[in-house]
Design a protein around this ligand. Structure first.
Ligand code: FMN
Ligand code: SF4
Ligand code: SF4
Length: 262
């Protein structure tokens, strides 16, 4: 049994290589019963600012796992910043303990810092399949290991927290802009794991409340009609994991079926 959260498909791709029983966290969040039983339970998600997405943290606080082996795989693109150590800390504060936490370097979908053309081209050099193979062997062997954070990792994270604190909170409230290019196709509303986008008069409207910053809406828009209001490295380039279909992202994230329950 493996739980996953994904914006652009990297984490879903990794999850699919590790288990066959896949459960989307944005869908599982709606379940009343949150006790899960399996011999092995895994969680796969991206790191955002070296940490797990807010929704994954919330899920980990809600869920009860009855298992012999709990593992986490954190996908990232450039610097994990001691993500495994931070995730174990988070798990412990939720009254849980992972047996194994590892990171997996994939394409970096963070638009302010990276050009998606370069990121796509960088994938072969990251030896994703080899790393996934080693992770699979570790899990099959029941290895107990939490990837240690180095001094440099901790320093990166500290620097990141200081930079975040210096950003005016206002900036995040207006971070997404829907341009005239929008044709009202609704794809962004269906790939959003948090139900933050709706259509008004045939055009997408974004609300920041509960936004996970996963950037799925931006990357999957066929018109490239959603932009960041802060500079992007290459506003013309977008990314999605080439092994994952748009329908899989929609199945994982679509919140429209839950509207009646809100
Ligand atoms: C808001 C945001 C923050 C991110 N922060 C980091 C980070 O701190 N370090 C890193 O290496 N990659 C970071 N990334 C890149 C993602 O972790 C990486 O591309 C991940 O594999 C995406 O997974 P997904 O395709 O399943 O959504 C960030 C991406 C986003 C959107
Ligand atoms: S995916 Fe793009 S074009 Fe489609 S509704 Fe959203 S913003 Fe508009
Ligand atoms: S609005 Fe966009 S960035 Fe925010 S959670 Fe939804 S898809 Fe992700």
């Amino acid at each position: 049994m493996i739980f996953y959260f994904t914006g652009t498909g990297n984490s879903l791709y990794a999850a699919k290589q590790l288990d066959q029983e896949l459960i989307s966290i944005p869908q599982a969040m709606h379940r009343e019963e949150q006790t899960y039983r399996a011999v092995i339970i895994g969680i796969v998600c991206p790191v955002y600012g070296h940490e797990m997405p807010a929704m994954v943290k919330e899920f980990l606080r809600k869920a009860k796992f009855q298992t012999n082996y709990l593992y986490l795989i954190l996908t990232y693109g450039n610097i994990h910043g001691g993500a495994a150590e931070l995730a174990q800390k988070e798990l412990r504060s939720a009254g849980k303990n992972a047996d194994y936490i590892n990171t997996l370097k994939m394409a970096d979908n963070y638009l302010p810092a990276f050009d998606m053309e370069e990121q796509t081209a960088s994938e072969p050099g990251k030896k994703i399949e080899e790393h996934l193979g080693r992770i699979r062997e570790d899990i099959e062997a029941g290895k107990k290991w939490i990837q240690p954070a180095s001094k440099a990792d901790r320093a990166w994270h500290q620097k990141h927290l200081e930079r975040q604190a210096a950003v005016p909170s206002d900036q995040w409230r207006h971070i997404y802009d829907v341009t005239e290019e929008c044709i009202g196709c609704g794809i962004c509303t269906r790939v959003c794991p948090a139900g933050c986008i709706h259509l008004e008069k045939g055009r997408a409207v974004h609300t920041m409340e509960n936004c996970q910053m996963c950037m799925a809406c931006i990357h999957h828009c066929p018109q490239n009609a959603i932009r960041l209001t802060i500079p992007e490295k290459n506003p013309a380039a977008r990314f999605h994991n080439s092994h994952i279909r748009l329908t899989e992202i929609v199945k994982a994230n679509d919140q429209s079926g839950w509207e009646a329950h809100r």
